[in-house]
Design a protein around this ligand. Structure first.
Ligand code: ZN
Ligand code: ZN
Ligand code: ZN
Length: 370
């Protein structure tokens, strides 16, 4: 019942209107979060063509490989109004596209993450149509989450919080980052996620690399450990949360900058309300970190939007003057990274509300000493 609430025909209707407003005749969307957003279908990206053909003024058709048809039928695609058409191995699926759109179309929007071989095949199939990015059309729809979507992100946030709360079971001196990450991955699934998207366990100097991942480094007592984890729930909505831990007392220099980071993250969360720009939220964290002398050590943007993609609009970054609106959901994740020594990051997902902000990760942001 949750899937029905999330995936309704409204999204296809809104996408048709936005397509027409953008001066496009149709959207062509392959396996991606865009496809899932529009139809609820979580398709595999394969060399075989899966493609939603959505004319601005006509019937939505989901073209699928014949062997994927049962999966497509099990998805909400048909109930939201997409007709399924399959193609068998050895036939040319681009003929189907040509038959549906033919010479009627002069401009099409292609899914932003479509494979180049498909982009070029579609150019050949529809030689009279100019190609543009569908993201320009769909971004505006996906940017503001509906209450049902916020609820989905809230469930994802609670699920990943529950994993962080178990960290003391796994994070112990003498274990490797990879061993801890394997336990965390099982914990992410046990907490209700369908997929594990990433498990960063970065101990000591590894913590100075924001996207470290994991290694066979043995975690030692007294080392700060950055743990950034996330996955996708069965409905497709994502979690993403970072906490920094220390096994035993942290080094004195680390404790000093962690306090700065903690203040900066809180300040950025507190800055969120309708009308405030994305870049002002970035500045709320960055200014405090810079004033404390760590400006150069905060080497990435403050955050990214989240929904069916782990990273999507709005980006919380200098230069993004987009005013926040209720329903926009994004991370607030400042970090401080000292090369060769250690690092720290604190990340919560928040949603802009009519009255200000709601944190979707609600566990404490103090340094956790295990
Ligand atoms: Zn990241
Ligand atoms: Zn993260
Ligand atoms: Zn993130």
């Amino acid at each position: 019942m949750l899937l029905v609430e999330l995936y309704s025909p409204d999204r296809l209707a809104a996408a048709r209107r936005a397509t027409a407003e953008a001066g496009l005749d149709a959207l062509l969307i392959g396996p991606s979060a865009d496809l899932r957003y529009l139809t609820g279908y979580d398709a595999h990206a394969l060399e075989r063509l899966t493609l939603l053909v959505l004319p601005a003024d006509g019937e939505a058709v989901l073209i699928v490989p014949r062997l994927e048809r049962p999966a497509a039928e099990a998805s909400p695609a048909r109930s939201v109004g997409a007709r399924l058409v399959d193609h068998e191995d050895g036939s040319d699926p681009y003929d189907i596209v040509r038959g549906l759109l033919g010479d009627r179309v002069k401009a099409v929007g292609l899914g932003d993450r479509m494979w180049a071989e498909q982009v070029l095949a579609l150019r050949d199939a529809l030689p009279d149509a100019t190609q543009a990015l569908a993201g320009a059309v769909l971004r505006g729809l996906r940017l503001r989450k509906t209450p049902a979507e916020v609820d989905a992100l809230r469930r994802a946030g609670r699920a990943i919080d529950a994993v962080h709360e178990r960290m003391g079971e796994w994070l112990r001196p003498g274990r490797t980052e990879a061993e801890v990450a394997a336990d965390i991955a099982a914990g992410i699934r046990a907490a209700g996620h369908a997929t594990v998207e990433f498990t960063i366990v970065a101990a000591g100097p590894d913590g100075a690399s924001p996207h470290h991942g994991v290694s066979d480094r043995v975690i030692r007592a007294g080392e700060p450990v950055v743990v950034d984890i996330g996955g996708a729930m069965p409905d497709g909505y994502c979690s993403d949360s970072t906490r920094t831990y220390c096994i035993g007392e942290p080094p004195a220099d680390f404790a000093a900058y962690y306090a700065v980071l903690h203040e900066a993250q809180r300040a950025a969360v507190a800055a969120v309300r309708p009308g405030v720009t994305a870049e002002a939220v970035d500045a709320a964290a960055r200014d405090l970190i810079a004033q404390a002398g760590f400006g150069a050590a905060f080497l990435h943007r403050t955050g990214h939007g989240i929904g069916l993609d782990g990273h999507e609009d709005p980006y919380i970054v200098a230069g993004n003057a987009t005013p926040l609106e209720p329903g926009m959901a994004f991370s607030i994740e400042p970090g401080i990274y000292l090369a060769g020594r250690h690092g720290a990051r604190i990340e919560d997902i928040v949603v802009c509300t009519a009255g200000g902000v709601e944190r979707l990760n609600t566990i404490d942001t103090e340094l956790v000493i295990l």
